[in-house]
Design a protein around this ligand. Structure first.
Ligand code: UDX
Length: 435
């Protein structure tokens, strides 16, 4: 397993749990040491247990050295990160090419290299050609693509019980290797789709583009609801009852963030432009723009509720992670809004049950109290920006006694406006009536 981030570490632990011998390889020695001690370097329910079981069984080991580790393996999964490039919306494939360059010269016998990283369509064919130049085994090195759809916070269950497995392969032999690797999941009835390399690469970015589009569409509807004095919560309930639409991924608010949806949407546009499809890809440019607009709209609403200026006001932000169940703050709408209010002169206190350390590393200028009450003491405004279940359970009567002014923005449609208003709160949510 080349790369041990959310994807590689989870996949390594899950394949070890399936009975395989797995070597996780990463260039970061601290990460490797932590994983080798059976602990995940990030918050992911169930992963520590699976890692320690794998390590204790002897089937799961972690290394920093490609040469020592990869040589004896039959299947090499490429799980390195493909973040957004600095200065462009395209994916940065430098870690992918570094992994290919390190691995290629070691491949001196028939084996399969399987891409799991999210890449622009067409990358797999380049990886195949490059490996065949680099590898002593030449054309005996096969390449397949097997995208991963795991969600942070559900990574283990999504890996062991995925909705589907996608095998992008050029030969029956490569497809058979993937069937063997995933035999326990296939035997348990997980559906599999067998396709070509390009379709498999596209599967991941397309799924994320569809999810991102859905969220931006409900955020557009929220804005229309505000202008028309309608209620977006009722509207999405109505939409979700349509079986063709379904109710998941229909929650409007401060928008999507994280290490995947934002950068994959942008990378999709960049790749479509390269393919001469810049015009139709305008849909996804707008999806990104609507999403970023939610953060600006939340800041604007906060500033207007504070009387037109944030400077000198005390604000509590509940949530720093990009979503509940994760300590990941990459491209987090919550932390972005908190930092913007801070930059405008507000004194911002952020509380998050898991993401505090990661948030502090990125925004040390904000303060991070230990609990909800300390974050909210004497503030002029509370913003709920990550959908942690404990925030939905806050008692508005008790919290009203702690704050300076009982005024709240619910950026995740997590609270019952009637209950909060009855407790004396000035309650606001994007897309909901201000009455
Ligand atoms: C996503 C995909 O779901 C997953 O299949 C892929 O492998 C990686 O990218 P993840 O980044 O873990 O997973 O987050 P996800 O649960 O999809 O949420 C993404 C963002 O959308 C979060 O910021 C979340 O708060 C937001 N969101 C989600 C909404 O704003 N509204 C919703 O209704 C659902």
């Amino acid at each position: 397993m080349l790369g041990t981030g959310y994807l590689g570490a989870t996949h390594a632990a899950c394949l070890a749990a399936c009975g395989h011998h797995v070597v996780g390889i990463d260039t970061d020695p601290e990460r490797v040491a932590l994983l080798q001690s059976g602990r995940a370097p990030f918050h992911e329910p169930g992963l520590d247990e699976l890692l320690s079981r794998g390590v204790d069984s002897g089937r799961l080991t972690f290394h920093t050295d490609y040469a020592a580790a990869a040589r004896d393996c039959n299947v090499h999964f490429v799980c390195v990160g493909t973040p957004q490039s600095a200065g462009s919306s395209a994916a940065d494939l430098s870690a992918l090419w570094a992994a290919v360059s390190s691995l290629g010269p070691l491949l001196d016998r028939p084996c399969l290299v399987v891409g799991k990283s999210t890449v622009p369509v067409g990358t797999a064919a380049h990886v195949r050609d490059r490996l065949r130049c680099l590898a002593p085994a030449g054309s005996a090195v096969g390449v397949a693509w097997n995208p991963e759809f795991l969600r942070e916070g559900h990574a283990v269950e999504d890996s062991l019980r995925p909705d589907r497995l996608v095998f992008g392969a050029e030969t029956n032999e490569a497809d058979q290797v993937l069937r063997d690797v995933y035999a326990p999941l296939l035997a348990a009835g997980v559906p599999s789709v067998h396709t070509d390399l390009a379709t498999a690469e596209l599967a991941k970015v397309s799924a994320n583009a569809m999810l991102a589009t859905r969220i931006s569409l409900v955020n557009l509807l929220a804005e229309v609801c505000e202008a028309a004095d309608a209620d977006v919560a009722d509207l999405t309930t109505i939409l979700g009852l349509d079986e063709r639409i379904g109710s998941l991924f229909l929650t409007p608010g401060v928008g999507f963030g994280g290490g995947c949806l934002p950068k994959d949407t942008r990378a999709f546009v960049a790749r479509a432009e390269e393919l001469g499809l810049g015009e139709p890809a305008g849909l996804l440019r707008e999806v990104d723009a609507i999403n970023m607009r939610q953060r600006a709209r939340t800041v604007d609403l906060a500033v207007s509720l504070l009387g037109g200026r944030a400077s000198g006001c005390a604000v509590a932000v509940l949530g720093a992670a990009f979503k509940a169940g994760s300590d990941d703050v990459r491209d987090s709408p919550a932390l972005d809004v908190a930092a913007t209010l801070g930059a405008r002169g507000a004194v911002v206190r952020v509380f998050d049950p898991e993401a505090r350390d990661n948030a502090r590393r990125v925004h040390p200028e904000l303060s991070y109290p230990d609990d909800i009450e300390s974050a909210c003491r004497d503030v002029d405004l509370v913003l709920l920006l990550t959908d942690w279940p404990e925030f939905a359970g806050i008692d508005p009567v008790s919290l009203a006694e702690v704050v300076g002014t009982a005024r709240i923005i619910d950026g995740r449609l997590a609270l019952d406006p009637d209950k909060w208003r009855a407790a004396g709160w000035n309650f606001h949510a994007l897309g909901r009536s201000a009455r």
